[in-house]
Ligand binder design. Sequence first.
Ligand code: SF4
Ligand code: SF4
Length: 304
Amino acid sequence: MYQVVIAAGAAPLLSFDELLAADANPAGTGWSRPNLVWLQGASCSGCSTSFLNIEQITILDFLTYFTRLIYHPNLSSATGNQVPQILHKLAASNKPYIMVMEGAIPVKMPHACMMADRPISEWVSLLAAKASVCIAAGTCAASGGVAKMAGTLTGAESLDDFLKQRGIKTPSVNLPACPMHPEHMVYTLLHFIKSKSLPELDGARRPRQFFSHSVHDRCPRYAAFQARDFARCIGEEGCLLELGCQGPVTYNDCIAIGYSGNTNNCVRAGHPCIGCAGELFPRPLLYHSHDDPRPVTGVILKKS
Ligand code: SF4
Ligand code: SF4
C-alpha cells in the first residue's frame, strides 16, 4: 500500500517539468503507475472535459504512462455489468489506487445519481474507504457546488463532508473551480505518483501553490482598482468590482495560468469573477453582493 505523506512547512516545490520528466524521480523514492478510478456524482462532466485539455502532455500519454486507468465514466469502454465487476474487483484486490470524485454526492436523493443500479453514495463509500487518496475534482466535489446551492433538494454533500460523516479517514485533496483546472489535477496526481506525498495543503485541503492568492491579488485591472476607476458596464475598461466581481474573496491562480494556453481568463476577457473556486459558489445571484460581510480591502461598497 502507498503510505501517504502530507507535505507541510517549507517542503520544496516540485515543478511541473520535474514531475513530468519520464524517469526523473524528484523525491528519490522510485515510482510505479498507480491504479486510478474516477467517479462522477451530481456533475456536468465539465471537470472531465477540462482534464482532457491538459497542455503539458497529451491526456493519452498521461493516462497510459503515469497511471493505470481502471475506470472513468466517459473514457472507459466498459459498460453495463462490466462496470460493477471492475469496481468490485478493484475494491477487493488490496491493490493501491487513487480515487477521483467529480461532482457532489446527493445523499437525500439517491436515485438522482445511480451507477449499475446502486446510488453513487454506495460506490463512494466502498471505494473511498480503501483508496490511498481521494481527490475532489472541481467545486461540486470540493464544496457541493451547483447541486448544493440554495433551493435544491438533493442533500448534496461535498466529498470531504461525506467522508467525515462516515468516518472514512482516507486523505483527501480539494481542487475547486468550475471547471477544475486541468493543471491542478495532473500536477496533484503526478506529485502523488512521483513522490508518494501530497503537495502542501491549506486548511481547506487545497494545494497552497494554486490557491494561496486571490484573483484580486494578481488581477490585470488592479491598477484601476487602486485608482478607483470602476467599469459601469461589461466591456468598459476599469475595475469590475462595482459589476459584482468576486475576485477579492476568491482564491485561485486562474489569473496567473489562464486557460487554453493562457490565452485568456475571465477578468482579462472583461467579465467579473463569479467566484467559481469559492466555497459559496454558486450564489443565487452570481455576483458579489454588496451585503457580503467579507471585507474587500480598501473599498467601501455602496449599497445597490
Ligand atoms: S475587483 Fe475584480 S476586476 Fe477589480 S481588481 Fe479586483 S479582481 Fe480585478
Ligand atoms: S476569475 Fe473567478 S470565475 Fe473566473 S476562473 Fe477565476 S475564480 Fe473562476
